[in-house]
Every structure is written in structure tokens, then in C-alpha cells.
Write a protein that binds this ligand. Structure first.
Ligand code: FA5
Length: 340
């Protein structure tokens, strides 16, 4: 019996087969069980010798079984280690095959640079949700339901007519004010969404970077100082800008800061719509109603805010002549940019 068992055991390499084999030889229906059953008719002498022999055989089979079981388990573990092996040299082998390591998108590169510039000037960096409500996108920013300024931003509304994809990062002003006490200063970068026709300088999904500073005696002079510092740090050279009055319900007075188009040098092209200047950085002194909505006393405090068009800044910095390249997901385009 032991010989037969050993012969059958040899080729087995699966746990289930092994268990079946064990049951076949020493299970309740197996030959050993039969021997034990028949022992009741045997003489006491036979019982002792046959019983002892049968037990010995059972133990031998169990020992061989356990040994085989360990072998199978070890083989299973090795097989799964081999299959799930982590190749820590993957980057090198990717490069050998001519694949490129990932890099940052130009918008991310510039966004991180601007965040660093503002952090070094004592600003916090805040985030805000893409899905907003009417209150944070319009109401709290002094844009009531009937205000004509709502037409300035074509809005993607949700079916419930209560929620929308934020049309500007000014929503971050509202949340930022409520959560802190003056004096404070913060920036808030992120994606914004507008139902617009696209062209060389307009996208439906683009990026802005909001900025806000609130305290006692904040002036237009402070605003201009921070805007100038930002532009010199980003371009690392003098760039021509112009400041003109601009209307936004959430600031008073409001300004449009335009940059001389760096694609055509001001001669006129599709990016600047042939006028030679690109709208880049609208800004102004925060309207008292907005301060009130943020829980701030406008008699005691004032402040400035701005909303930088990040994609257009990226275009000016790298000389990109169409905003749609930024969203084309073309690796040939994306992989050209290195952080300065
Ligand atoms: C605003 O969105 C205001 N929230 C900005 C602001 C903040 C003003 C704080 C005052 C105080 P505007 O709609 O002009 O303003 O957009 C701001 C900038 O985003 C523009 O100057 C432009 O650079 C960029 N921009 C606007 N529309 C698009 C578009 N469709 N594609 C790419 N960039 C755009």
C-alpha cells in the first residue's frame, strides 16, 4: 500500500490532487479504514499486530503527505513572487527602449513658479472646488441674479440649476475670506470652465490664479507693486504692460492689466486679435459688498484682488501661438518644456 501511495504521490503538484490522494488511501472509504473495520472479528493477538501495523502505515502516509504539501506551497509562493516581481530598474529599461520619462505640463511649471513667488512674499496657497453654487460664483461677489455682468461669463449649469462649474477662481476669494481674519493674503490657482467658442486665445477649460490681500490701508500702490514683482520674476526681463480701467462688480475701482503681445511684438496677430495687447491680469480694490459677504468690516479693512489668466501667461512666456496646443495632449508638444 505504501509503495502504491508513493508511486501516485510522485507526479502530484496541486493541493487539491494531493488531498484527494490522501482521502483515497487513509480516508473513511479507503483500504486502511476497511482493515480497521474488519479487525473486530480478529483475535486479540491479530488485533494488536495488525492494528499497530495499520497505524504505522497511516503515520508514514501522513508524513509523506505533509512533506509534499510543504513542497507544493513553496512552489506556489515562488511562482507568485516571480509573477508579481517589481522591476526596480524599469525607468532605465524604459529609457533604453527610447521611451521618455514624464515631465510637467507647461501650465503646471508656471503655476508652481508663481506659487513660489507669492509664498516668498508671505501669501498662502488655497484651493477650491470646481463644482460651485450660485452664491459663491456670483451672489457673494456682488453679482446678483439680474446683473448684466452674468453674461460676461457663459456658465455650464448643472441640471438642478443650482450648481455650476466655476467660471472663475474668484470663488476662492469668498471661501478664503470666511475662513480667516484680516490681515491676510493668499493666492488660489485652478481650472475654470466657460461655455465659449474656442480660438487662438480662448478655451472652454482654462486656468486662472486668483490673488487677494486684505488688511488696514491696503492701496492701489500695493496692488501695482505685487503685479510688477510677479511679472518681473516670471519673465526675468522688462515686459511692457498697460493699466486701463476695467469693470468687474466685485472690485471698485477695477483695472485691466494687459501685456504687450510677445508673440508678434505688438504688431498684431491671432493671439492678441490684431491689437498688439493681451488681456492678462484683471484686478482692483475689493468691493465693500464682497468684504461684507466674507464677514469682514469694510469700514475697518480694505484690500485688492486679481485674477491672472494662467494659460495666456504661459503662452507669452514660451511663445506659444495657440492656446489649444496647451490642451491637445500631444506629447511632442508637452515634452518640450523644462522648468527654468
Ligand atoms: C475674471 O474672471 C475675474 N474673476 C478676474 C478678476 C479677479 C478681476 C479679481 C478682478 C479681481 P476675466 O473674465 O477677464 O475676469 O478673466 C480673467 C483672465 O482669464 C483674462 O484676462 C484672460 O487672461 C483669462 N481668460 C478669460 N477667458 C479665457 C478663455 N476663454 N480662455 C483662456 N483664458 C481666458
Amino acid at each position: 500500500l505504501l509503495n502504491d501511495f508513493t508511486k501516485e504521490l510522485g507526479p502530484i503538484n496541486k493541493t487539491a490532487d494531493l488531498l484527494n490522494l490522501k482521502a483515497k488511501y487513509i480516508g473513511k472509504q479507503g483500504p486502511l479504514a476497511d482493515v480497521m473495520k474488519n479487525l473486530k472479528d480478529a483475535t486479540p493477538e491479530e488485533k494488536r499486530t495488525i492494528g499497530a501495523k495499520a497505524n504505522e502505515l497511516k503515520q508514514q502516509i501522513e508524513a509523506l503527505f505533509s512533506q509534499k504539501m510543504q513542497e507544493i506551497e513553496l512552489a506556489d509562493i515562488n511562482a507568485s513572487l516571480e509573477k508579481d516581481k517589481i522591476d526596480i530598474s524599469l525607468t532605465d529599461s524604459m529609457l533604453e527602449k527610447g521611451l521618455q520619462a514624464a515631465g510637467y505640463h507647461p501650465v503646471t511649471i508656471i503655476q508652481q513658479e508663481i506659487e513660489d513667488i507669492f509664498i516668498s512674499m508671505g501669501f498662502e496657497v488655497l484651493d477650491g472646488p470646481h463644482i460651485e453654487d450660485d452664491y459663491h460664483n456670483f451672489e457673494a461677489l456682488n453679482i446678483p441674479a439680474t446683473h448684466p455682468a452674468r453674461d460676461m461669463q457663459d456658465t455650464f449649469w448643472f441640471a438642478d440649476k443650482k450648481h455650476l462649474l466655476r467660471t472663475h477662481t474668484s470663488t476662492i476669494q469668498v471661501r478664503g475670506m470666511k475662513e480667516r481674519k484680516p490681515p491676510f493674503r493668499f493666492v488660489g490657482p485652478g481650472k475654470v470652465f466657460r461655455c465659449e467658442r474656442t480660438d487662438a486665445s480662448h478655451e472652454m477649460v482654462f486656468h486662472q490664479l486668483e490673488g487677494m490681500m486684505v488688511g488696514e490701508n491696503v492701496s492701489v500702490g500695493n496692488l501695482i507693486y505685487f503685479m510688477k514683482t510677479l511679472l518681473t520674476e516670471i519673465f526675468k526681463k522688462e515686459v511692457e504692460v498697460r493699466l486701463r480701467p476695467g469693470f468687474f462688480p466685485f472690485v471698485e475701482p477695477g483695472f485691466e492689466l494687459d501685456i504687450k503681445c510677445l508673440i508678434c511684438g505688438g504688431k498684431g496677430c491671432s493671439v492678441c486679435k490684431q491689437v498688439g495687447w493681451v488681456e492678462l491680469l484683471p484686478c482692483g480694490m475689493v468691493h465693500p459688498n464682497v468684504l461684507k459677504a466674507g464677514g469682514i468690516d469694510p469700514e475697518k479693512y480694505n484690500g485688492f484682488a486679481f485674477g491672472l489668466g494662467l494659460d495666456r501667461l504661459v503662452m507669452m512666456r514660451y511663445g506659444i501661438d495657440d492656446i489649444r496646443h496647451l490642451h491637445g495632449a500631444d506629447l511632442r508638444f508637452n515634452s518640450q518644456f523644462k522648468s527654468f
